[in-house]
Design a protein around this ligand. Structure first.
Ligand code: IPE
Ligand code: IPE
Ligand code: MG
Length: 241
């Protein structure tokens, strides 16, 4: 049995289908996603999760129609501005993973910087928003950083490599939740999910609420994590060597 996961990461998927099912346009699904995001932050915080990571925009999402991308940029900026003070009041430290592309509008960059600055000394839950994030890009950047630092090949270990990833103090992900019944990793925190447990609720992200999040925590509690070992026996077997 596992306890409360220290680090939960969510692939917030299904906004477009949620809208299509209602005869709405895809961007209405993105707008409706905000309520789910706020509910999940509250639920995670209340449950004692120390690290929550939310996948908001991937490096691949730039290939979506320009109007949808522009809408998402504006929506994220407005959402960050709207909730900054309440996140801060809850002692949540906000970070961003990615945010490298020059197409990110300056006003959004400013909102991101302001929220990080405002909440940087908070010691409650750390909320990492993966925005313009790609797991492969992070790995390539870490390799470049090692080379730039002149690290010798023999000195490259999993530990030293991980120190060159963005936010190297982030612990490995314990639980990944991907909504909408899709079973893909979609280039999300590839290094950090190496030994995560996974759950795939069918619910579309805009309908995802605290109750669904608690169900995911319950599922995690039932998991027996082995990390390549064997279950610890209560008594040692008598078999010959
Ligand atoms: C997730 O919902 C939000 C982002 C990727 C930005 P989608 O927009 O991928 O919704 P579906 O998968 O098309 O339903
Ligand atoms: C992954 O969802 C990215 C985010 C949730 C931000 P996508 O909907 O973009 O992923 P694919 O296209 O199904 O792999
Ligand atoms: Mg999707």
């Amino acid at each position: 049995m596992s306890g409360v996961p220290g680090h939960v990461a969510c692939v917030m998927d299904g906004n477009g289908r949620w809208a299509e099912q209602r005869g709405l346009v895809r961007t209405d699904g993105h707008r409706a996603a905000e309520a789910a995001v706020i509910d999940v932050i509250e639920a995670a915080h209340g449950a004692g999760v120390r690290w929550l990571s939310l996948y908001a925009f991937s490096t691949e999402n730039w290939c979506r129609p320009g109007g949808e991308v522009d809408f998402l940029m504006r929506l994220v900026r407005r959402t960050l501005r709207k909730h900054a003070l309440s996140l801060h009041a809850r002692g949540i430290r906000c970070r961003f993973l990615g945010v490298a592309d020059h197409r990110i509008p300056p006003l959004l960059r400013q909102a991101i910087t302001d929220l990080m600055e405002l909440t940087r000394d908070n010691r409650g839950m750390t909320l990492t928003v993966a925005f313009d994030h790609g797991g492969r890009r992070d790995i390539v950047e870490a390799a470049r950083s090692l080379i730039r630092d002149g690290v010798a090949a023999e000195d490259v270990t999993e530990e030293s490599f991980a120190r060159h990833l963005p936010h190297p103090d982030t612990p490995d992900v314990d639980l990944v939740i991907r909504t909408s019944g899709e079973y893909r990793i979609s280039n999300f925190m590839l290094w950090q999910v190496a030994y995560a447990e996974w759950v795939f609720p069918q619910v579309l992200w805009p309908d995802f609420r605290a109750e669904h999040f608690w169900e995911c925590l319950d599922a995690y509690r039932q998991r027996k994590r082995r990390f390549g070992g064997v279950p610890v026996p209560l008594t040692l077997g008598k078999g010959s060597p």
